[in-house]
Design a protein around this ligand. Sequence first.
Ligand code: ITT
Length: 185
Amino acid sequence: MRIKVITSNPGKMREYAQALEGLGLDVFQGSVPYDEIQADTLEEVVSHGMRGLMMSEDSFIIDDSGLFIDHLNGFPGVYSAYALKTLGNQGVLKIMDGVSERDARFECCIGCKLPGKEPFIVSASCEGAILDAPRGEGGFGFDPIFSSDGVRSFSELGMDEKNAISHRGQAVKKLVQRIKSVEDL
Ligand code: ITT
């Protein structure tokens, strides 16, 4: 089965392609603009986006993700894309300078619509911490400043290793299970 992942983020796209390789789900990147509302949860953003997209698309995947920092009451969370653009990783590190409570988590919410089927949403999270300084060259977005084991940043993991533990990797596993329950892959 071939399905379009509607995203402007090539980093996400690479992770979908890798996580789904060999599972019978062939993904390609689509760039259909859709309305990303400002809401309190990733699920609300995704379900609103899906409602709009379903008017013109009969099959697609969308992904809304975010970094939630405990010390900042979950900020940047649903504002992650804006925070990355305006503050960047250095800005986040500056806000966290000298802060000992560094727990954080990534969350990923995937919306999926298959031809002739009801749309559904799956979500997953990955607990970790904000590092003191950026580390590594790989990955994208906040990967250089986030670590799930307290040692290596997500940027220092290979994509395989990141997908095995990350918010997106876990959410994609749930996605595949759900798709398999309604389609032969
Ligand atoms: P879309 O077109 O798919 O919406 P986007 O980059 O705007 O792409 P989001 O709205 O989901 O994505 O914004 C989430 C922000 O968090 C964005 O800046 C990402 O780069 C970042 N992010 C999401 N997943 C990440 C991950 O696995 N590692 C590091 N940063 C991530």
